[in-house]
Design a binder for this molecule. Structure first.
Ligand SMILES: Nc1ncnc2c1ncn2[C@@H]1O[C@H](COP(=O)(O)OP(=O)(O)O)[C@@H](O)[C@H]1O
Ligand SMILES: O=P(O)(O)OC[C@H]1O[C@](O)(COP(=O)(O)O)[C@@H](O)[C@@H]1O
Ligand SMILES: [Mg+2]
Length: 442
């Protein structure tokens, strides 16, 4: 396959001429297996075949700018005014990121003016009546112990010109947007208006999504907490299914267009027999279809556990009101879990098989919890990287981790496609190995 052509250039507001307060910490840093020096690059490709396919000289190989503190920075910290906003659906770790940003800005750079804009992009628009709040170490103390976001969030579009009017009127120099793909699209439009007006405002994204659907960042924060929480539902479904004759446990988990939560939760406890995800279409009926397969499995083994991502099998539900979207323009999904519950029950009845089907939908319970320790670590490190990038005048970029290294990813790239489970890739292969389900139904 031809290598992807990607533009990894990160936009900057200007030259970095100010000595960073963190410069002394950097005296002995160099690229190692754990760290990438600021003058180095993180290679986009990481296999010999991928690199060979580029047919390029070493210095022409595509690479990301590494995250981390710079020796020289763009903004004078004592004069820098910062805004932070959280947008879109909830995700474990939002408060960790907010706290990480505030503490890094105040304790290490000496920034004193930080505003929290409330309820997503609405917070910039006067008519909603949500004035910004002051953020300092005191205001964010202990917030990481709680799920949700202390700033509030919202969906729905706002005019980027009005948002930039607000930033200008408050003399904000740096805006951190913590949000998913929609928020990053919004952040890019803000950065573009800033550029159009010749302003020097850095717009830096910290990508969040429990669905893990943002590309080029290895994994999004909150995803690990969310799928860990989902494993509790899978465990319950298994216990219930095993306790009765011909028991079927059916679990629906979030995952609009990407089935990562379903896959990882399945791999975590190894009890599911079928995983249905949006990326892999499946046939329900017929001898090789999912229903027949499930019936055979229950007849042979006495029980079964089925995990469905909410975006799976939408083609079965399209009739009705097509094209419905939420305030942000995200397609509203029909309930595949309830549909499967009915179809499985009817199918067993038609074939004269007794069954007891237990349906569990943990829904928002997997994303409204505080981050687990792993995600908290990830959040704080992303927050540090975001502050370093912003103070060094980078803009229109998100922080992320690529091949295990913290990097700067242009927003345009981070929204250029959706991260999805590759049906030909190793994750899906692991799921097939774990469940024993066939590669396709029908
Ligand atoms: N294409 C876009 N251009 C500008 N703003 C957008 C765009 N898509 C979404 N947004 C805004 O970003 C915010 C969050 O988007 P949403 O899709 O709800 O969540 P997420 O960021 O988690 O994907 C909303 O205020 C939404 O209007
Ligand atoms: O009911 P809501 O708040 O619109 O959210 C539902 C969706 O939010 C998600 O958590 C994803 O949200 P984001 O796009 O905001 O990351 C999906 O898994 C789910 O489909
Ligand atoms: Mg989204």
């Amino acid at each position: 396959m031809a290598p992807e052509s990607v533009d990894l250039t990160v936009r900057t507001l200007g030259d970095c001429r100010i000595e960073s307060p963190l410069a002394p910490l950097l005296a002995e840093t160099e690229s190692t297996e754990h760290y990438v020096d600021e003058n180095d690059r993180v290679l986009f490709d990481d296999t010999v075949n991928m690199i060979a396919a580029r047919k390029a000289k070493l210095d022409a190989l595509p690479g990301f700018e590494p995250g981390g503190p710079r020796r020289k920075i763009f903004f004078q910290p004592s004069k820098t005014r910062v805004g932070i906003v959280t947008c879109g659906g909830l995700c474990p770790g939002l408060n960790d990121v907010i706290r990480g940003l505030v503490l890094e800005l105040t304790s290490h750079y000496g920034v004193t003016k930080i505003y929290g804009f409330r309820n997503g992009y609405q917070g910039f628009i006067a008519k909603y009546g949500h004035p910004p709040i002051d953020l300092d170490a005191e205001a964010v103390s202990g917030v990481n112990e709680y799920g949700g976001t202390i700033l509030g969030t919202s969906r729905g579009s706002q005019d980027p010109y009005e948002i930039v009017d607000c930033l200008e009127s408050m003399s904000i120099n740096v805006l951190f947007v913590i949000g998913g793909d929609g928020s990053m699209r919004g952040a890019l439009t803000i950065a573009d208006v800033v550029k159009e007006r010749g302003l020097k405002i850095a717009v830096i994204g910290v990508p969040k999504t429990i669905d893990n659907d943002i590309p080029y960042i290895d994994q999004s924060f909150g995803f690990q907490t969310a799928f860990s929480k989902a494993t509790e539902s899978l465990r319950s479904a298994h216990v219930e299914a095993r306790a009765v004759p011909n028991g079927v446990g059916l679990v629906q988990v979030m995952g609009r267009h990407s089935g990562f939560i379903a896959c990882y939760a399945t791999l975590a406890n190894n009890d599911a027999d079928y995983v249905l995800i949006p990326e892999v279409p499946f046939q329900l009926d017929g001898d090789d279809g999912f229903l027949a397969h499930l019936r055979r499995r229950v007849r042979e083994r006495g029980h079964a556990v089925v995990v469905a991502a909410e975006g799976a099998g939408q083609e079965y539900l399209e009739s009705g009101e097509p094209g419905q979207v939420d305030q942000s323009g995200n397609r509203k999904l029909k309930d595949i879990g309830l549909y499967l519950r009915r179809r499985i029950a009817d199918d067993f009845a038609e074939h004269g098989m007794e069954t007891s089907l237990k349906y569990i939908d943990p829904s928002y319970a997997i994303r409204s919890v505080p981050a687990n320790p792993y995600d908290s670590v990830y959040c704080i490190r992303l927050a540090h990287a975001a502050v370093h990038a912003a103070m060094a005048g980078r803009t229109a970029m998100v922080v992320g981790r690529w091949r295990g290294r913290f990097v700067h990813v242009p927003i345009a790239l981070a929204i250029s496609k959706r991260n999805q489970v590759d049906p030909a890739g190793d994750l899906w292969m692991s799921v097939l190995e774990t469940t024993g389900q066939p590669r396709t139904f029908g």
